[in-house]
Ligand binder design. Structure first.
Ligand code: ADP
Ligand code: MG
Ligand code: MG
Length: 250
């Protein structure tokens, strides 16, 4: 699904990613963990196509195709989803209408006709029931006055509707209370399938009690310095990151 080879990237001449290699297959859930400032969000942004970062070396393949020169929208249309990519408030545009537009734009970009209205309604009903989202929420203005938990709910709803091949969830800092954690975890667990892949970025081991990853990677100083199974997350919870640093220095 996703294959990253020797990825180097910088912002304002400061090298942040220093040779990332990562292989994610369909059907897998990967967790990327690491201390603050390691480059986790940078990696997510670069996969999604954020133009702020300069990729100086390496490649990003999605299903074998190099996507590293594509614009963010083009990557999205090919099935890359990054959480919080569009946290804009749009007064007067409801959660549902924003989704309808996004889905039809994506279909157009892929040479398909607009989704018939009845099919769209069915999809919205199906996904909102799956995620236990009520009608009132669907008719609210996008992100306007949303609480942290509601933003998460909207994000996971977007993911469910768009059915991405590759979903990247960057669970940054303290916004994740226990409710938000459950929303994200439930969403991921219900939506993962043998045909898609999920990359969860977090420095909270707690999230991984709910989303069980197949692989855990530790990102430090712009490199993946250790990979393992879900037990690695528990080891990090217990021992922090310093022992890995020590291991690397030996
Ligand atoms: P993480 O998500 O692992 O906490 P980030 O990817 O956010 O780390 O940041 C990695 C490093 O890159 C940090 O030192 C951060 O200050 C720097 N950085 C990220 N984005 C920018 C930017 N737009 N301008 C300048 N420095 C940045
Ligand atoms: Mg950070
Ligand atoms: Mg971050």
């Amino acid at each position: 699904m996703l294959s990253i080879k020797n990825l180097h990237a910088s912002v304002e001449d400061k090298e942040i990613l220093r040779g990332i290699n990562l292989q994610v297959n369909a059907g897998e859930v990967h967790a990327i963990m690491g201390p603050n400032g390691a480059g986790k969000s940078t990696l997510a942004s670069i996969i999604a196509g954020n133009e702020k970062y300069e990729v100086s070396e390496g490649e990003i393949l999605l299903e074998g195709e190099d996507i590293s020169e594509l614009a963010p929208e083009e990557r999205a249309h090919k099935g890359v989803f990054l959480s919080f990519q569009y946290p804009v408030e749009i007064p007067g545009v409801s959660v549902t209408n924003f989704m309808k537009t996004a889905i039809n734009e994506s279909r157009k970009a892929n040479g398909k006709e607009e989704m018939p209205a009845n099919e769209m309604l069915k999809l919205i009903r199906e996904k909102s029931e799956l995620l236990e989202i009520d009608r009132k929420f669907l008719s609210r203005s996008l992100n306007e006055g949303f609480s942290g938990g509601e933003k998460k709910r909207n994000e996971i709803f977007q993911m469910a509707m768009l059915e991405p091949k590759l979903a990247i969830l960057d669970e940054t800092d303290s916004g994740l209370d226990i409710d938000a954690l459950r929303i994200v975890a439930n969403g991921v667990n219900k939506l993962k399938s043998k045909d898609n892949a999920v990359v969860v970025i977090t420095h909270y081991q707690r999230l991984l009690d709910y989303i069980v990853p197949d692989f855990v990677h530790v990102l430090m100083d712009g490199k993946i310095v250790k990979s393992g199974g879900k037990e690695l997350a528990y080891e990090l919870e217990e021992k922090g990151y310093d022992w890995i640093k020590a291991e690397l220095e030996v």
